[in-house]
Design a protein around this ligand. Sequence first.
Ligand SMILES: *[C@@H]1O[C@H](CO)[C@@H](O)[C@H](O)[C@H]1NC(C)=O
Ligand SMILES: *[C@@H]1O[C@H](CO)[C@@H](O)[C@H](O)[C@H]1NC(C)=O
Ligand SMILES: *[C@@H]1O[C@H](CO)[C@@H](O)[C@H](O)[C@H]1NC(C)=O
Length: 248
Amino acid sequence: MFSHVCFSVTLLMFVLGSQALDPLSTTATSGSSPSTPTVHCWCASYPNITLCSWPEPSHFPPTHYVVTYSERHRQSIMKECQLIPPRSSASALMSSLSPASERLWHCQLPNLKLLTDYVINVTAVYSGGSSSYLSSFMLEDIVKPDPPVDIRVSPYDTRNLLVEWSPPPSWSDLKIFPLKYQILYQWEHRGSLKSVSLGPLESTKVELKRLTPGREYLFQVSAKELLGLGESSNWSSPVKITIPRTNS
Ligand SMILES: *[C@@H]1O[C@H](CO)[C@@H](O)[C@H](O)[C@H]1NC(C)=O
Ligand SMILES: *[C@@H]1O[C@H](CO)[C@@H](O)[C@H](O)[C@H]1NC(C)=O
Ligand SMILES: *[C@@H]1O[C@H](CO)[C@@H](O)[C@H](O)[C@H]1NC(C)=O
């Protein structure tokens, strides 16, 4: 009897656990199968601001979106997410990265609680029906800082370099939630790309030694929350430096 209870509790936890881990459950509630938004949520300013974004279908865009979220265990207390429509300037900026004319919607979820399961429902409303994207997440799992900025590379001695950078300005508080960094440098050697990754480092500078004179190197830095929460940031845009040839 007792073991039976244990078994069902374990099973229940397993079911809940796998639900919590599945970020992509979707439901369509319409006969004409309009497309379900594909939503991506991340927190670049842990824990202050969480953003979710999804592309608007170019062929049959919905008439509007309704985005609600709540704590998983208090779904009666539903909040509406503040929608940010696609901006023409933003989409022009994105167009080099994303498929042509992809218009991204965003919505902002302010002040989420730590260690709390949330459920988000992004519903695309069409004249003939609607289609909802449902997902659950915890803030800790979707942390993703913006890339570090202002990468500076300076030779300080023959064949040695000092690489320095600044933390992403969007990160909320470096004292309470410090970041760690990874450095990637790459070069071409006989037609193939070589790379070295260093870190994680807690400081915002590193000395690199014994680089090859005359060779061009590409430097990039990424940031991650110090305890390892969530994902690493994207790599910063690369900085190129050619090591001076020594005058012998
Ligand atoms: C998602 O939101 C839509 C629109 O508010 C609503 O009709 C639908 O019932 C919601 N789905 C769930 C599972 O809460
Ligand atoms: C983050 O939120 C906290 C609490 O709401 C607030 O005190 C703090 O100023 C915010 N930080 C930033 C960078 O917005
Ligand atoms: C990170 O890179 C991906 C893929 O290149 C891009 O879609 C996304 O917008 C980038 N995110 C940030 C914060 O730069």
